[in-house]
Write a protein that binds this ligand. Sequence first.
Ligand code: SF4
Length: 621
Amino acid sequence: MVYGYNGRLLEIDLSREKIWTRELEEDVLRNYIGGRGLAVYILMRELGERWRTLDPLGEENVLLFLTGPLTGYYPGVKLAVSGKSPQSNGIIGSVLSSEVAIELRAAGYDGVVVRGKARDPVYVYVEGENVEIRSAEHLWGLRGRETYEKLMREVWSELKRKHLAREGLTKEPSFVYIGPAGENLVRTAAVMAKLTHAAGYGGYGAVMGSKRLKALVVKGYGPMPQAKHPDWVKLLIREAWLRLNRNVTFKQWGTGAGGYSVGAVTSSEPVRNWQEEWHDRRSMGQQYFESHWVKRFWGDYGCPSTCMKISYLRSGSMKGSLTDTPDYELQAYMGPNLGVFEPRACIYLSAVADDLGLCGIQTGNLLGLVAELYEKGILSRDDLHGIEPRWGNAEAFAKLMEMVARREGIGRLMAEGSLRFALEVSRLKGVDATKYVVHSKGVGIGAHGVRSGKDYLPPFSYATSAQGGDHTSAPRKPFDSPWSELWMTFPDSAVICAFNAIDGLMFQFLEAITGFGVTREEWMNKHAKRILALQRIALLLSGPDLYWRPLQDDDLPPRFYEPLPSGPFKGKVVDKSDLEKARAEYFAFMGWDEYGIPTAATLESLGLDFAERLLDSIKIP
Ligand code: SF4
């Protein structure tokens, strides 16, 4: 028995309609822990040899929903989702708040592996040992809110009927699902939970759609996997709650507190497709969103931080829009990045994205690009079916989102995400539209700019991240400091909320639960480097439609080499030689060569001998 785990994954092959369980070996758990780490291991072991030709939206891709040893013990709840990403063609460890994670642990599994492709739309129903592949014909085509309400009614009433007298059945089942965007294989589609939670980075909503999997429903009744030192765990939980409760500002305002200051003070917020990173529009302050909140302290299961605030529009033409806060990322991407400086319009656009099952960051990045191409006359009104995406025109952006989610008209091209869309526009129009795309490795960059030098990420971060533009997993200095890429592999693999991750304490949790004896230092030097070496290899293998070139593509988009045109840091720009220096230091620190390719010696020292043969397939231009 391995403490802290159920020791098995639920395997589902939708093509063959087969269900089985797979035991997890102790040394795999020790080396990769869970979540992102375990996903990377499974994917590279199984698919590494075929990676370059494997279509992320094809039947062969493997979709993973994983928990970690801290899930359910540590305050808050997250579920890790992964597979070959249709955005980066590498591996992204995407997380979302979902009680599916705890239900899975209580149902006796550490995660679910989905393979193949169903003939017709299905959802997977897990109730302890009872696992069924059920028809989802009645749910296919529904928007997010309709899906959530219909499926919840269906499964909750079924459970109540079956277990009327069961003691402890006090909580509804939990599920993750996709909206129309995922069904239509939109590369910016998210995996959704509740009405507003999303795992957006990676595009795994599209992978669910490619498997015709509408939802994963889970209910568990058993106890959590046993911890090695239960009394120590209790003490640690108390300590974590005390410390998290002290963060009064975060509790009260959530990440949306940055909505005004990231633009006005640090000048690092996307404004009009990153043409600027500064604005002084006080209307984007959190207090102007607050008047629309119908829930002001909403925390995920077992979380004292309550960073989520539910916004709802009660009147006007956007009446009925519901979203969480929006958090900072969506405030920025559905706000200033689209020239929107009015909270109601920002809430409305965020709610439309949620309801269609679109990632707000990737979609805001895409819409900003379209607006700039329209502004520059590269896209015409006719190209856009009469829609005029002028800055601030929320109705136009909402219409475009509908077209993207259903792949209608220009939406068919936009559904490929910013970079692939720009490549197609370049081909059709004979201009270089890719220079307006703010991405890294096909992943739209998070809403934290690097030109002013005042935000938390340095320029080399997005250029070298194994997860492309993902702001939650980007290198910074010191290389193992909190919120660095190395550090983030821990919350993503132990599967806890990064906002709650307390450096030091979280490693004590791992020890108290599993008894693995992994120190912080060992994590950074071995585990994190092991996970990132495999992710880096997957990213450089890439394919089958886009391949990343070492060094050449380990760079920032052209926009970040344009001087900031306004604000207190006007004129500031990224210095390419600084970036190259930091990039080389990072590669050396990781044990990678000058191209950022893990060396054979590094792989060997990390116990990754199996990955050595993959190095030959990485092309150095
Ligand atoms: S800190 Fe916020 S996002 Fe994280 S678990 Fe708590 S409520 Fe959820």
